[in-house]
Design a protein around this ligand. Structure first.
Ligand SMILES: *Cc1c(COP(=O)(O)O)cnc(C)c1O
Length: 382
């Protein structure tokens, strides 16, 4: 029985096992060892925390971002969910007289535009809709025709649909035209091999609870040092000032400017070690790809159809059309699956009735095989 009762002065009774797998990144399912290391408290100004935990995380992130030239980059950790770090990146990099071009093809791309609008940053949005890749010709033409544009921002893996955007091609155009490139790599970093130096990406954001498989509570920005150096005084927010947060961490040897989520940070250090033990990003990419391959094959054998064509897909998350049956409801299907140990996501694509299943986290091909059996057993409308 999963009961928990808290009485003052007594440890609560608690079943530590997860009742179901989260296929809803994020948060996502984490390993028992990542969860276990949160069971002690840390002092935010002690070296044990700052030198022992925060600094190795910062260094490790830089090595994950660029194996070829890590010395070009630095990393800044930021409190809050992933969006806080995206907002910190956009708000702290575009100068007062700058202009931002946003490439949007889904909910997260639209959010980049909303951040720019809220911060009153001059911007324009290229929206290609949720089912199409960014328009590279239009990007090239805008950069050629509008010298006011200083920065370009786009999403790496658009989690709305699971579409993997062509960042290599985008980066070649943006850097070829001498602009600064910002990337929301929230749901791709750590799960899809990449090298920021080779791709010439200037700033990248991800968060603790995506492919590195930590728990939610902070995000991080990996930045080219020479580009971040230019950002002093540009921020439109005190707490989300990326440059100041960076300076604080550099001078304080890992100290965050304001209270950091210590338990979450400790869990993330464990998650980074587990990523390395698994064989790094290449091995994780392989596992996620195998998860998704089994998911696609299994779901198609049950009669489900993908929202996106296979070739546009990342191994991170997959959207499926809802069954066209009068008795089908997502809410009921969700409950059926949950009772069998799996939690899934509703769809997010406008005008398409769909649902999504994530394949990242502490989730293995055998789990996906069990999921397919659970889906079959949950198809109450058949
Ligand atoms: C998860 C995610 C975010 C951040 O979402 P939060 O809820 O703020 O953590 C941003 N962009 C993408 C592409 C994501 O997948």
């Amino acid at each position: 029985m999963r009961t928990s009762s808290v009485t003052a002065g007594q440890a609560p009774e608690f079943n530590w096992e997860n009742p179901y797998l989260l296929l809803t990144p994020g948060p996502l399912s984490t390993s028992p060892t990542v969860r276990a290391v949160m069971l002690r408290d840390w002092c935010t100004w002690d070296d044990e925390y700052n030198l022992g935990i925060v600094t190795p995380i910062r260094d490790g992130l830089v090595r994950l971002a660029s194996a070829s030239q890590p010395q070009l980059f630095t990393s800044v950790l930021m409190q809050g969910s992933g969006t806080f770090s995206v907002e910190a990146m956009i708000g702290s990099t575009v100068p007062q007289d700058g202009k931002l071009l946003v490439l949007a093809n889904g909910e997260y791309g639209n959010r980049l535009g909303r951040i720019a609008a809220t911060l009153k940053i001059p911007h324009l949005i290229h929206d290609t809709g949720e089912l199409a890749a960014p328009d590279l010709g239009k990007l090239e033409a805008s950069l050629a025709g509008d010298p006011a544009i200083t920065h370009v921002v786009c999403v790496h893996n658009e989690t709305t649909t699971g579409m993997l955007n062509p960042i290599k091609e985008i980066a070649a155009i943006v850097k070829g035209r001498g602009r600064t490139l910002l990337l929301d790599s929230m749901s791709a970093f750590g799960g899809i091999p990449m090298d920021m130096a080779e791709l010439k990406i200037d700033f990248l954001v991800s968060s603790a609870n995506k492919c590195i498989q930590g728990v939610p509570g902070f995000g991080f920005v990996i930045a080219r040092r020479d580009e971040l150096m230019k950002c002093q005084g540009r921020a439109r927010s005190l707490s989300l000032d990326l440059y100041d947060q960076w300076q604080g961490m550099e001078k304080g040897h890992g100290k965050w400017r304001y209270t950091s989520p210590t338990h979450v940070v400790r869990a993330f250090a464990q998650a980074m070690q587990e990523l390395e033990a698994e064989g790094g990003v290449a091995a994780r990419y392989k596992r996620y790809s195998e998860n998704q391959r089994r998911l696609l094959n299994g779901m198609e054998s049950l009669g489900f159809r993908c929202v996106l064509p296979r070739e546009l897909h990342s191994p991170i998350i997959t959207g499926f059309h809802s069954p066209q049956h009068p008795d089908y409801s997502f809410a009921k299907f969700y409950q059926e699956l949950k009772s069998r140990g799996f939690v899934i996501y509703p769809g997010k694509v406008t005008n398409i009735d769909s649902f999504r299943i994530g394949t990242i986290g502490h989730v293995f091909p055998e789990d996906i095989d069990r999921l397919i059996k659970a889906v079959q057993a949950s198809m109450y409308w058949v």
